[in-house]
Design a protein around this ligand. Structure first.
Ligand SMILES: Cc1cc2nc3c(=O)[nH]c(=O)nc-3n(C[C@H](O)[C@H](O)[C@H](O)COP(=O)(O)OP(=O)(O)OC[C@H]3O[C@@H](n4cnc5c(N)ncnc54)[C@H](O)[C@@H]3O)c2cc1C
Length: 525
């Protein structure tokens, strides 16, 4: 799709007037792009970094109803989220997968176990199903043998889902582009154009290496899907900031040190926030924190030392016999989210519902969840109708992801692997396998990703820098020890020719990736 020359080709089409300009290439922007293309609008999306380089590759990767939101009585958010989860589980097979959970309740928990029983009943009822059950400690240990912590009193089994967040963004974005939309990464919106005081376009700068192009692009409607950067964009229309930026961080253990087959959740002993520990893409994720982020939002983020300790405390609490310490951590990941600032002392008490504001013609859609991106896109499209009355209105029952090709017609692969590739690459899965050289339909162990995915992504997925490939098209920065730096020779042999980089460019990209990984994703020394 995004093969050689695609960026120049896209730039050459910027002199037309668009119906809709979307700023921000995370899940919110991708969802709006997808739905607007489906509604027949001429739409373009600009992302200042790589697609999904913001919060949408830094989430906890759950597609979930948000059981914890019930605690704050955010019933609407939970109800919408469970429906979206079930929708995505159906449409996103291979990319959005069911995740069995065990909730462990301890004798000294600040909230008694029976309260969770009521919460899970409400959770299931909102999804029109009955999918949870209560367990005693022995029953819990039959599900998760490592649950040897003293004080384990009772618990529950229930279900949610997980995904690869960056790949979800890419799939939605690529399907939008196939549907006629345009999207550019490394294209920063530096200002807004105005006509009679109303926003009527954007000023864009190309941030790809070797380019310093700028241009003005006209659009009948401009939507800011800039997430934690929303206030920065809103400042262009002269309104005061309203968002509070919160950071959440994760630590990852090799699956061999913390081997789980299902998610475990429990209340953190310090502040009774729920913590999640679960298997994801060959590693075990522990998350998350929720703290005020006091500097400007950035994609270059590192987990704080206190956050790492907080997460380690939780691991020690439930799995004391594993003897894990920070020295066992393989990688780390932090992200920021914007919530509307209502001044609550505890950041976790701020609502996670999304907002939509129209200020001098700039529509801002921010907040919400990865899980609810389709709802956010529908709401945004309804809001642009005043300016674009002829476009079709999306219906709740419509698909958001394109149907997969019949599985039986896809290359000769074991069923699980076939489904995994279909989920990530949709109709391109078979082309990916056909493009593989000998030995490349093998996992880059312990990551479940294939060497063939590296080749395919380098060739067709709009990679501008090496970290686009290693941190978002694949997730090697997290799920390989050393972020994949130990495998660089083999990676280079596959992808350098595909990317068309000379040795000098390769050396620069490799050094930049090394620095990035050490600063932001590496474990603690
Ligand atoms: C720690 C954490 C864990 C989470 N876990 C979950 C979870 O498990 N499940 C779930 O459903 N939700 C989760 N969420 C919420 C979810 O991740 C976010 O709601 C979602 O990713 C936000 O997507 P977005 O597209 O709005 O923002 P982003 O993904 O941040 O995208 C905004 C983009 O706008 C770009 N941008 C900004 N300014 C400009 C500009 N001037 N020009 C061009 N581009 C610009 C940025 O570079 C960025 O890529 C989590 C959030 C956090 C912080």
């Amino acid at each position: 799709m995004w093969t050689e020359g695609w960026r120049d080709h896209t730039w050459s089409q910027l002199d037309q007037e668009f119906d809709l300009i979307v700023i921000g290439g995370g899940i919110t922007g991708a969802g709006i792009l997808r739905e607007s293309a489906r509604a027949g609008l001429k739409t373009i999306l600009f992302e200042q970094g790589d697609f999904a380089s913001g919060t949408s590759s830094r989430s906890s990767k759950l597609v979930h109803g948000g059981l914890r939101y019930l605690k704050n009585f955010q019933l609407k958010l939970t109800s919408e989220s469970v429906h979206e989860r079930d929708h995505l589980l159906k449409e996103g097979r291979g990319l959005v997968t069911p995740l069995p959970f065990v909730m462990a309740n301890f004798r000294d928990d600040k909230i008694p176990g029976w309260v969770f029983g009521i919460g899970l009943t409400a959770y299931d009822l909102l999804a029109f199903k009955w999918n949870h059950a209560a367990y005693d400690p022995a029953g819990l240990r039959s599900l998760v043998p490592q649950l040897t912590a003293p004080g384990l009193e009772s618990g529950f089994r229930y279900f949610d889902a997980q995904t690869d967040d960056a790949r979800l963004v890419l799939r939605v974005m690529q399907e939008a582009v196939k549907g006629g939309a345009l999207a550019l990464n490394y294209a920063r919106v530096e200002g807004l154009l105005k006509t009679r005081g109303r926003v009527s376009g954007v000023a864009v700068r190309d941030l790809a290496p070797g380019s310093d192009k700028t241009t003005e692009v006209r659009g009948r409607v401009v939507v800011s899907a800039t997430g934690a950067w929303a206030d920065e964009m809103r400042a262009n229309v002269g309104v005061p900031g309203r968002m509070r930026v919160l950071r959440g961080s994760h630590i990852f253990f090799p699956a061999s040190s913390l081997p789980l087959t299902r998610a475990v959740t429990f209340l953190h002993p310090k502040d009774a926030r729920p913590v999640f520990i679960y298997p994801w893409e060959g590693v075990t994720l522990v998350g998350t924190t929720d703290v005020d982020h006091d500097t400007a939002p950035s994609t270059d983020l590192r987990i704080g030392a206190a956050e790492a300790e907080y997460l380690m405390d939780s691991v020690r609490r439930v799995f004391p016999d594993l003897g894990l310490t920070l020295a066992d951590v393989q990688s780390t990941l932090a992200g920021v989210r914007a919530v509307v600032d209502t001044g609550k002392v505890d950041p976790s008490k701020e609502s996670r519902e999304f907002v939509l504001w129209n200020e001098s013609g700039l529509l801002t859609v921010s907040g919400g969840k990865l899980t609810t991106f389709r709802l956010m896109a529908h709401t945004a499209l309804r809001a642009v109708r005043a300016a674009l009355p002829k476009h079709a209105i999306p219906r709740r029952t419509m698909r958001v992801l394109d149907p997969l090709p019949a599985e039986t017609t896809i290359c000769n692969l074991p069923p699980d692997l076939r489904l995994r590739l279909l989920g990530r690459y949709g109709a391109e899965a078979c082309n990916l396998v056909n493009a593989a050289h000998e030995g490349e339909v093998e996992a880059i162990a312990p990551s479940p990703s294939l060497w063939a995915e590296l080749r395919w992504a380098a060739r067709t997925e709009g990679v501008v820098h090496l970290d686009d490939l290693l941190a978002r098209r694949l997730r090697l920065n997290i799920n390989l020890p050393g972020g994949g730096l130990n495998e660089m020779e083999k990676i280079r042999a596959i992808v350098q020719p595909e990317l068309g980089w000379d040795d000098e460019r390769w050396a620069k990209e490799e050094a930049a990736y090394r620095e990035l990984w050490e600063k932001y994703y590496s474990p603690f020394n």
